[in-house]
Design a protein around this ligand. Sequence first.
Ligand SMILES: [Fe+2]
Ligand SMILES: [Fe+2]
Length: 270
Amino acid sequence: MTRIIQLSDPHIVPEGTLCYGVVDTGKALQQAVATINRNLPLWGKVDMVIVTGDITDFGTAEEYARFRSIMADLALPVRVVPGNHDLRENMRTAFQDQDWMPESGGINWSAEFSDFGLICLDTLVEGHHHGELQPDALAFLSDTLKNLGSKPVVVGMHHPPFNTGIIPMDINNLRDSAELSKIIESHPAEVRLVCGHVHRSVTRSFGKAIGLIAPGTSHTVTIDQRVENPHTLSLEPGAFMMHEWRDDGIVSHIIAGNYSDERHPFTTPV
Ligand SMILES: [Fe+2]
Ligand SMILES: [Fe+2]
């Protein structure tokens, strides 16, 4: 059975510093990695861990090195796509030893597993917070879907192509998503669209696809639906997602990044 884990928005900063002066994002990622390692015997084989953007807060070599050092504790293949807080060439350099990392252009890549395909796309527009899919990303998606035939697919990217009601994020989501929608509609099997950027769990349909925004591994964007909102972060618990093939469809779970290993039977003590 195919099973992948999706982490998103770790926003790694240099060791000894706090993101925005308040969030220990490195510790949160370490906790998520430890949670995964502790629970792998309960979950079964995981084929890959993907990280859907904002790997770092400023895109520096030091931050990417720290990210890789933390993730090295996972004995699983790890792949990434950039978010608006990343820098494409620094990310490429940081992962240049990985065979999935393209040597130039957008950081788009794919993998095929027994039950579904995985296509991850680069939406980064450097110098801006919104996302766009460049023609090379759209062509890569279209060609890879054709090669997958009638196989279900998970499409991953940083920027969601739909609104959440959190206006400061909605104005910086994926622009010009009509072509994305058209390509997804043409695929003759299930499509699960998995994004990040908003740091909190959101689900909605995107044409024929179920669209998900994964929670961040550390802080969240405050859920504030007022038109005039001050755009703040909240220290809600970090979490991640696991997407797995079950019966005849893709099942997506949200899992807290750090929780007690205590387990208790569902019985009332007498
Ligand atoms: Fe982020
Ligand atoms: Fe982002």
